[in-house]
Design a protein around this ligand. Structure first.
Ligand SMILES: [Zn+2]
Length: 446
């Protein structure tokens, strides 16, 4: 059981965060003890895990060193779907105090469960996340993540209450009201998807408000969708806040697997609860630290649904450089690509964030954009629709055409693909209160 360690003083002393600075050999020891325990738990209680272990000829006793995690079988998202709803639970339902589920855009949702101790681990992971991003008990926080089955809203909520901040559980949507609340309630910090927050910056402008002058917001944690450093620069310049990346995924625990510290250089992973590996997605062999690959996570403390060697589809690398903040828990590079988001056009692998980088390199102002894939006479076509912003407006038609060409050239430099760029009217690309939909693929529609 993890003790409650929040100290009631003015938010400057937080012993639980001492775990972020544990001596490295002690940290690896904690990881190994917990890995042994979670492997034994899953083997005893989860038939799918035991069958796969048996097929590999492996036993929990084979885990003697941390590297032995490689002897354990992988899990993928389909395992959660195939065992819907409770097939991966390792405790009786009487022990489960909370359920969450994915939105389930394709078929059945995935269901995740938490015991009381799991809720405690989650809450503490979020508290450490918020603390490292500079949130303190004096903050008034507008939580714009969706409340409900999605892990974002209630996950952040627990940690925000844990650090003693004032939480406004507003959820997403109703953007003008969001701005009104932000102003009238004296909000100092926010939690949101980056794309929704960018939308709110525009809404505030339309309402005649200047984010820097009229609002007190100073920081925010952003996550639940891949975003680039360019996007961060845009958010910080346009709103005057500090934007920190929070990392997590519902299958593992929700938000709070890791978070950026004050140096904003990739999330520190709470390694005492989550064991991270990077593997080559094609061979599934481990890659050396520092090299890019697919992130694989094992939950070390979870009871209700232990998840072992989960293939996240997130492409990243373990950052081996020590962080200036002094935390010993390691960082991963910010996730700007998910292998699920990748699309293939004319044999080339493209990630939506590559298009975003190309657009932002060309024009400092952040364009709303959408990638539209079509098929004409058997040939794949890519069109990038870019919304014109005030900064982009040029006097003459010729100058606008030049801008279009520069966007296309920049995309070609990064992806190697020729593309059509269309400039569209402000507000014509749909906004979302949650994750942005960047890709419209109509190639297989009749
Ligand atoms: Zn750091």
């Amino acid at each position: 059981m993890i003790p409650h360690l929040w100290n009631d003083l003015e938010g400057t002393f937080f012993p639980e965060s001492a775990l972020d600075y544990m001596p490295e050999d002690r940290l690896r020891e904690v990881q190994l003890q917990r890995l042994k325990a979670v492997t034994a738990l899953a083997y005893d209680r989860v038939p799918l895990f035991r069958e796969r272990m048996t097929a590999k000829g492996a036993k929990p006793a084979d885990v003697r060193r941390l590297e032995d995690v490689r002897r354990l079988p992988f899990m993928v998202k389909n395992d959660l779907r195939d065992t819907y709803p409770y097939g991966l639970f390792a405790v009786p339902m009487s022990e489960v105090v909370r359920l969450h589920a994915s939105s389930g855009t394709t078929g059945k949702p995935i269901v995740v469960g938490y015991t009381a101790q799991d809720m405690d681990v989650w809450k503490q992971a979020i508290m450490r996340s918020l603390y490292s991003a500079g949130f303190r008990r004096a903050d008034v926080v507008q939580n714009m993540y969706g409340y409900g089955l999605f892990t974002g809203g209630l996950g952040l909520h627990g940690g925000l209450e844990g650090i003693g901040a004032t939480v406004i559980p507003i959820s997403g949507g109703n953007s003008e009201r969001q701005i009104m609340v932000m102003k009238d309630f004296g909000v100092t910090a926010v939690c949101s998807t980056p794309s929704y927050f960018i939308h709110l910056i525009e809404v505030a402008q339309k309402m005649g408000l200047d984010f820097k002058r009229d609002l007190k917001v100073r920081r925010g944690v952003f996550g639940a969708e891949p975003w680039t450093d360019h996007m961060r620069q845009y958010i910080e310049a346009a709103s005057g806040i500090k934007a920190y990346d929070i990392y997590g995924l519902s299958e593992i625990i929700g938000p709070g697997v890791g978070n950026e510290c004050e140096y904003q250089d990739g999330p520190h992973i709470f390694e005492d609860h989550f064991l991270v590996e990077i593997v080559d997605p094609a061979t599934l062999e481990p890659v050396p630290d520092g090299q890019e690959g697919e992130l694989v996570i094992t939950t070390l403390s979870k009871q209700a649904m232990p998840v072992i060697r989960y293939r996240t589809r997130d492409i990243t690398a373990i950052d081996i450089r020590p962080c200036r903040c002094g935390r010993t828990i390691r960082r991963i590079r910010r996730i700007s690509r998910r292998s699920d988001d990748m699309f293939i056009i004319r044999g080339v692998n493209v990630f939506p964030t590559q298009i975003e980088t190309a657009l932002l390199k060309t024009e400092a102002s952040l364009p709303h954009y959408q990638i539209v894939l079509t098929r004409k006479s058997g040939l794949d076509q890519m069109e990038v629709r870019v919304e014109v912003t005030g900064d982009m407006l040029r006097d003459s038609v010729g100058e606008m055409e030049q801008l279009q060409k520069r966007f296309a050239r920049s995309i070609e430099q990064i992806t190697g693909l020729h593309t059509t760029v269309t400039l569209v009217q402000p507000g014509s690309i749909p906004r979302s209160a949650g994750k942005a939909k960047r890709l419209l693929d109509t190639r297989n529609e009749a």
